[in-house]
Design a protein around this ligand. Structure first.
Ligand code: ADP
Ligand code: GN1
Ligand code: MG
Length: 375
């Protein structure tokens, strides 16, 4: 797929002018470490005051219907803002993303080159973290994503658009991997034999949540679907998870995948692309804290969901590992990479995390039981 190049200052200035912001463009720079969209921090001088905005080019290779994504996001953010207002919250524009509409009143700007852009209010005085900093932080992250699930739970009618169908379907992800191995278009399968064998050895477990969901034991809910640690902004002053971001994949899904993905990223002792695998393992102190924070907020969990919380962390980590591995085999077309072999490094950390969680499975189960019992 065609590479989306970095935008120039002149382009950023022209694109920013398409949105309902006023004042003088004062510069822009690439921002954040997301793997999918292109994010820029934009500076404006508004009546002499420096104001930031967050401009994003939606990856239209990944999100092939950007208008559907934006319709969802507009609905989700307005819904959350309304709830916060009803609760008497005063800093609503720091507690939910706020879309800035184009001058035509649209939630997205389609430029002449065919790119899709959106603009957000910049959330100040808060940051995202690629790696967890403390047990306390892990608990606050668990709580923040549970609160998010509570706030969007009633967004069911009409059903949100499925922005990426079968997003967390591990069985389908595995089929895609197998097709990539069969084709081996770039002769790369030879580099990742051990990783392929690791995945294949566990294939029997891939349908577990899908099967239980089909039997009605695990309900469909409105979920975030990308609850990695760096998709929640933590307040610089209090450390609290004040704003859940990256809303492109908010759609019907399983709460378990959201819980699992928090554990994948926020229990990791090392970065997602760490090359020294000795440093990569799942930390049970962090797992315990996330479980506590999440279970405190997620009062809606059914018995079927409760039984699968610990397993969901392993499954989603395996699923993301499968996706990184597939992307390496097909030529790094999906996830942004910064170096050759980047997706192999990412695959290896994910599989190491799976192994670490398998080794600690009993402990994880006991931690979940205790967290649920405490509520
Ligand atoms: P991606 O889909 O590529 O992961 P994100 O929407 O997560 O993109 O944005 C990338 C990064 O930009 C985030 O991790 C966060 O640090 C920062 N960011 C996103 N939205 C905002 C915002 N409204 N205010 C401040 N920072 C933001
Ligand atoms: C991507 O967009 P970002 O960087 O927050 C990906 C997730 C993966 C994650 C792995 C839309 O998340 O599914 O879990 O990378 N997002 C999409 O780090 O595919
Ligand atoms: Mg992100």
């Amino acid at each position: 797929m065609a590479e989306l190049g970095k935008a120039t200052q002149a382009e950023l200035k022209a694109i920013s002018a398409a949105f309902q912001i006023y004042g003088d463009y004062a510069g822009g720079r690439p921002y954040g470490s997301g793997h999918i969209n292109d994010t820029y921090q934009i500076d404006y001088s508004v009546g002499g005051a420096k104001v930031h905005y967050l401009l994003q080019r939606i990856n239209h290779h990944v999100f092939t219907q950007p208008q559907n994504v934006q319709q969802n996001i507009l609905r989700v953010t307005r819904h959350i803002a309304e709830k916060l207002r009803a609760q008497g919250v005063e800093d609503i524009s720091r507690r939910t993303l706020t879309l800035i509409l184009t001058r035509e009143g649209e939630p997205v700007y389609h430029d002449e080159a065919g790119n899709w852009w959106r603009m957000y209010v910049f959330v100040e005085g808060a940051k995202t973290y690629d790696q967890i900093q403390s047990v306390h932080q892990a608990e606050l992250v668990g709580e923040a994503f549970a609160d998010f699930q509570n706030m969007v739970a009633d967004l069911t009618d009409p059903r949100l658009h499925e922005t990426i169908p079968h997003f967390h379907n591990t069985v389908k992800r595995y089929e895609t991997l197998q097709a990539a191995i069969q084709k081996d278009a770039l002769n790369r399968a030879k580099d990742v034999k051990a990783e392929i064998a690791f995945v294949e050895a566990r294939a029997d477990s891939f349908s577990r949540l899908l099967d239980r969901s089909a039997r009605g034991e695990i309900p469909e809910r409105v979920t975030h679907n990308d609850t990695k640690l760096n998709n929640v902004m933590l307040d610089d002053a209090t450390g609290r998870g004040i704003c859940v971001i990256d809303l492109d994949t908010v759609m019907p899904g399983l709460a378990l995948y959201d819980f699992g993905d928090m554990c994948r990223t926020a229990t990791a002792n090392a970065a997602e692309d760490e090359q020294d695998l000795a440093k990569v393992y799942s930390r049970m102190d962090m797992f315990e804290a996330i479980a506590k924070g999440y279970c405190r907020g997620a009062k809606f969990l059914t018995p079927g969901e409760k039984e699968e919380l610990a397993f969901s962390a392993r499954l989603i980590t395996m699923t993301i590992g499968i996706r990184f591995l597939t992307d390496y085999l097909v030529g790094d077309t999906y996830f942004h990479i910064k170096r050759p072999g980047h997706n192999v490094d990412r695959t290896r950390t994910q599989l190491k995390m799976v192994r670490s969680m398998e080794e600690q499975a009993d402990k994880m189960e006991a931690i979940i039981q205790a967290a649920l019992a405490a509520e």
